[in-house]
Design a binder for this molecule. Structure first.
Ligand code: NDP
Ligand code: MG
Length: 393
């Protein structure tokens, strides 16, 4: 039996992961499930898959979790120390699907036990890619990509030499506002941006898809995970979301990965790696699909892509600042204090304000360094939002 833990079990990726696990209960011994606010779901799932322990990130919700697990024999715990302790529990495979930089520390901790970390939490690579990969190497741990584009690239690279790769193209759906005129984007609300045409995902990543901050994060994620030069990484808008990525080789061949927009494919690939197993995802009918479209993303419509290029060129700790500022700008957008197109301005201004710091030019050496820079960047972004508000007419 494979011992598995799911961090962020109550979220969109977590639920898809549990769906695959629950279809084949005799194959898995579930160690830990974690969540945050949705303790009812967490407890119900822990009972369903008979987990050893359920952990909520919210300390105040521990009594609720305990009550919901009463009589089950399943342990309950809460808080960030409990998340780390859950990551210390022996497991063969751990899904990292907490949203945001909060997912970094538990995933990082799990690596020291030489586990296989299925990484959906792209923020981990954007904020601390080199540190994370070095930690995995030090302990003989494996990191597998779960983001659909990166899983697609990973699959297109099997048996190939990375030195023969000329380009990596990750596709972008264009998100919920892709058909809006550019002039209308400034007035988009969280509700407008929170509906995705193809994928069913968590609320935050859905809005990041509309602003292309998600693709911007994925460009950086590609650079960090595959160790490829930024100028070899491209993105193209592909409204059907059926091709997830393409890898171009030095002989001109372009290997595309196609599949339905269902995260259970990428999750299942990581769960069964290096084998392939039957997965309950739809099969594509190409004759019925008939057309695949592509177009170049507009720079003025998606400033996040330009900022990501600058972050990749600057290297060091800029990815950490980028991610933290993006999280704060998104919080502001959700709270109504930052406009849709102003999110990129907040991120760019935060990077500008912090770029003179010497500590930013080198990649962080410890998790503590990362968390300090993350903290400073959040404060700076918050201050910039306040200043912009004070200046607004
Ligand atoms: P969701 O918002 O659906 O789920 C987030 C999960 O994290 C929930 O379990 C939530 O708990 C938990 N959580 C929230 N805040 C904290 C915190 N501070 N500490 C610990 N746990 C917390 O997100 P998604 O599933 O959409 O995304 C998860 C990750 O996967 C993200 O990094 C995202 O970018 C990435 N990803 C997602 C894809 C998708 O299709 N959804 C595709 C590719 C990557 P609760 O709900 O109980 O509050
Ligand atoms: Mg993706």
């Amino acid at each position: 039996m494979k011992r598995v833990s799911v961090f962020g079990a109550t979220g969109s990726i977590g639920q898809n992961t549990l769906d695959l696990i629950a279809r084949n209960p005799e194959a898995y011994d579930v160690v830990a499930l974690t969540g945050a606010r949705n303790v009812a779901q967490l407890a119900a799932d822990a009972r369903k898959v008979n987990a050893q322990i359920a952990v909520t990130a919210e300390e105040a919700l521990l009594p609720d979790l305990r009550a919901a697990l009463e009589g089950s024999g399943i342990e309950a715990a809460a808080g960030s120390a409990a998340l780390l302790e859950a990551a210390d529990r022996p497991a063969d495979w751990i899904m990292s699907a907490i949203v945001g930089a909060a997912g970094l520390a538990p995933g990082f901790r799990a690596l020291r036990h030489g586990t296989t970390l299925a990484l959906a939490n792209k923020e981990s690579l954007v904020t601390a890619g080199p540190l994370l990969l070095a930690e995995a190497k030090r302990h003989g741990a494996t990191i597998l990509p779960v983001d659909s584009e990166h899983s697609a690239v990973f699959q297109a690279l099997v048996g190939e030499d990375i030195a023969a790769v000329e380009r990596i193209i990750i596709t972008a759906s264009g998100g919920g506002l892709r058909d809006w005129p550019e002039s209308a984007l400034a007035s988009a609300t969280p509700e407008d941006a929170g509906a995705h045409p193809n994928w069913d995902m968590g609320h935050r990543i859905t809005i990041d898809s509309a602003s292309m901050f998600n693709k911007a994060m994925e460009l950086i994620e590609t650079k960090e995970f595959f160790g490829i030069a930024p100028e070899k990484i491209e993105t193209v808008v592909h409204p059907q979301s059926l091709i997830h990525a393409l890898v171009g080789y030095c002989d001109g061949a372009l290997m595309a990965h196609l599949g339905p927009p269902d995260m259970r494919h990428a999750i299942g690939y990581a769960l069964h790696y290096p084998d392939r197993a039957h997965l309950p995802v739809a099969r594509l009918d190409l004759a019925q699909i008939a057309t695949l479209e592509f177009h170049a993303p507009s720079d003025s419509r998606y400033p996040a892509l330009r900022i990501a290029r600058e972050v990749m060129a600057a290297g060091g700790a800029h990815g950490c600042v980028f991610n933290a500022a993006k999280e704060i700008a998104l919080d502001g957008f959700l709270a109504g204090s930052v406009g849709f197109m102003d999110m990129s301005a907040v991120v760019a201004e935060t990077l500008d304000a912090m770029s003179s710091r010497a500590s930013l030019s080198n990649a962080p050496q410890t998790l503590e360094d990362v968390l300090n820079i993350d903290h400073m960047a959040r404060e700076t972004a918050q201050r910039i939002i306040e200043q912009r508000k004070a200046k607004a007419p």
